[in-house]
Design a protein around this ligand. Structure first.
Ligand SMILES: [Cu+2]
Length: 669
């Protein structure tokens, strides 16, 4: 085999590996009979443009992926669970950058600070398979930003508008894309405003409104084919966001994300690319209960995080080897306060730190190698190590922590190791990948240092524990794909064994602070927890015009000490039929789940009945004065079913019947 041939196969393998992750989610969005090599074509559009409802938000997109579950506390900023495990157990990044939400109640996950129009791809990897940027247990989610391209001098634009009847959501936005041989700029803005939504049957869900502004600029410059500079800036601002399942709403959630990077191609012999990036981001989150009535006293809880970091990566492709080495580091500072206002005039307000002011210094090194064994088999290995130094810097916060832990130290050092091996057997129409990985993670700030964080799901006040050990996991993932001209099928299974599983356990010696709390739980560790999950999907290309698809997924988690782990997905399914002709597309989809049989009462879970809803959507492409337009119309939950899911915090009902329209207008000079 000559080198060129080997290279070709290696590139194909890597493409397939990307495909392994989540292609079938994209498949149902794109044109019929998608071939492997169309991945690059597809990625020229933003993620939103490839959706049935292009002006959906990131949450709606992620919710359709079989190994991601979105925990919903309202209509906005859902919490992504990867492979049945909570947000702190996966590594969620934007182009590799670490960003930390500033809310003690997880009202602002990283995914809430971007728009689909900013994104090229969301790469979700299982276990340690994509752990290039840091430690993880369950998997990684990297939100890859849409980049402008170099090329002939050209200016393109896009404008869009959407409306949804159920919550009177208005969406407007615009973007420009400037291309030239040496400079390229992509900029866009999106605005959303929604009122309260209505559940099936018409009941208004109070405090479920939101308003969000998002703006971003991405610039790239090069002076020759070897050197390139790029910078990126995102500003995201949400205000008056209601969380119907929580006792508080968000007055402001704001993120400013900035990065500047330098790429050098072929800097030395054998090195394909060297890329270095510096970044900074700043998150501010203010929640309060000013809009809630029937309260004796009101409170406000502001939180802040600041993160500065770097990523430096060297890629090498030669012969049968494809390796990369990466170093990344960040400094993060997080603080959250609570002010409880006195009910009597002249009385004293109460002030407390909920996160006691924590600095995290994190340094990580990662290596990965892919090796082609023969025409069909290739292996990839990766490994990484993180040094993490945590320090409580605020003396007020440290004294609070000392009330519970008189021996607590101001700072501590943790070493986190991870490793992974994947075998791939790739053939023309089928492929199998088997992966085994090991990972560790440090406790999150809430788990290690949180002070009286009220959890409205199980109604306990939670207290952190600085003496927690690292959580450790061993996992196995299996993925099989079969693909012909008329059929594509994918099956995936994961088994995760976790040691030192972190969870809150009741402490009867402490009294709760919140008068709504049933008691106090302190974070402790269970010796073992096991999660296994599986998903399958199929696309059948019945004719060139008709496609049928089906996807199924579930997860099951247990631990001897507590029984069922909370938030495990019952068998859930989506099945749809799509029709394409003369620029028209029509989709009819059924989405449903079996009843939730395995739940944990002690952690606030209640049974959830089975449900099924129907969605119908259609789109048409047409031209307006030679400019391309896409119009999409749809009805979600056609029968206006009232239902809730395992993922709905406090079992708040889901949205009832909703009619949406999305119009996208493209123009170029
Ligand atoms: Cu919050």
């Amino acid at each position: 085999m000559n080198t060129k041939m080997i290279m070709k196969i290696l590139v194909l393998c890597i493409c397939n590996m990307c495909l392994f992750q989540k292609l079938h989610a994209q498949l149902s969005d794109s044109l019929p009979s998608v071939q492997l090599n169309e991945v690059t074509i597809v990625s020229k559009q933003s993620l939103g443009e490839r959706m049935k409802k292009p002006l959906s938000n990131v949450d709606e997109y992620l919710n359709r992926l079989p190994n991601v579950q979105m925990i919903r506390r309202g209509a906005y900023a859902w919490e992504p669970f990867v492979n049945g495990l909570s947000m702190e157990r996966s590594d969620i990044t934007i182009d590799g950058m670490h960003i930390f939400g500033a809310c003690t109640d997880k009202m602002d996950p990283v995914t809430s600070y971007v728009e689909l129009m900013n994104l090229k791809k969301i790469r979700v990897s299982n276990g340690q398979m994509g752990s290039a940027y840091g430690p993880t247990l369950a998997g990684t989610m990297n939100l890859e930003l849409q980049q402008p391209n170099f090329g002939e001098k050209k200016m393109k634009g896009i404008s869009f508008a959407g409306y949804e009847t159920n919550n009177r959501q208005k969406i407007v936005g615009s973007g420009i894309d400037y291309t030239s041989p040496k400079a390229a700029i992509l900029a866009n803005i999106t605005f959303r405003n929604a009122s309260d939504y209505h559940a099936g049957g018409g009941k208004q869900i109070a405090h479920s409104q939101f308003t969000k502004y998002n703006a971003s600029i991405y610039g790239r410059f090069k002076w020759d084919d070897q050197h390139q500079l790029q910078f990126n800036w995102i500003y995201d601002h949400a205000d008056h966001v209601g969380y119907p399942a929580l006792p508080m709403d968000v007055k402001l959630a704001r993120a400013m994300i900035f990065s500047a990077g330098y790429i050098s191609y072929h800097p030395w012999k054998g090195i394909h690319q060297w890329q270095t990036k510096l970044y900074y981001n700043d998150v501010k989150h203010i929640m309060d209960d000013i809009d809630r009535s029937n309260l004796d006293m009101h409170m406000t809880m502001p939180g802040w995080t600041h993160t500065a970091g770097f990523i430096s990566q060297i890629m090498h492709i030669e012969g049968v080897h494809h390796w990369n080495i990466q170093a990344n580091g960040y400094f993060n500072q997080s603080l959250a306060e609570m002010i409880m206002y006195s009910d009597s005039s002249g009385g004293n307000n109460m002030f407390m730190l909920m996160w006691p002011g924590v600095n995290i210094y994190n340094m990580d090194v990662f290596v990965q190698d892919s090796l082609l064994l023969n025409k069909n088999w290739y292996i990839s290995f990766s490994g990484g190590i993180t040094a993490q130094h945590q320090q409580v810097y605020d003396s007020r916060g440290f004294s609070e922590l000392r009330i519970f832990y008189p021996n607590a130290k101001k700072s501590q050092m943790r070493w986190l190791k991870r490793g992974n091996i994947t075998f791939n057997d790739v053939h023309e129409d089928w492929q199998i990948a088997l992966n085994a990985g090991y990972g560790e993670r440090a406790p999150s700030i809430s788990e290690a240092y949180g002070i009286y964080l009220f959890n409205s799901f199980d109604k306990y006040d939670y207290i952190g524990n600085p003496f927690l050990k690292n959580e450790r996991s061993i996992n196995l993932f299996l993925n099989a794909q079969y693909r012909t001209k008329r059929l594509s099928f994918e099956w995936q299974m994961g088994l995760q064994k976790i040691k030192n599983y972190i969870i809150g356990l009741m402490d009867t010696t402490l009294t709760p602070m919140s008068k709504y709390a049933a008691g106090v739980r302190v974070y402790h560790q269970l010796p073992h927890a096991t999660i296994w999950n599986s998903s399958a999907s199929a696309n059948v290309y019945i004719t060139d015009e008709w496609i049928w698809n089906l996807s199924l997924s579930f997860s099951r988690g247990t631990s001897k000490a507590i029984g069922n782990l909370p938030f495990q997905q019952p068998l859930s399914y989506t099945s749809g039929i799509s029709f394409f002709k003369n620029g028209y597309q029509v989709d009819l989809t059924a989405i449903g789940a079996n009843r939730l049989r395995y739940f944990n009462k002690q952690y606030g879970e209640t049974p959830v009945p089975a449900y099924i809803i129907l969605n119908l959507s259609g789109s048409k492409e047409f031209h307006l004065q030679q400019h391309r337009c896409v119009l999409k119309l749809g009805i979600e939950n056609i029968l206006d079913r009232r239902y809730t899911t395992f993922a709905n915090w406090d079992r708040i009902p889901q949205m009832g019947r909703n009619i949406f329209f999305n119009l996208i207008y493209y123009y170029s000079d």
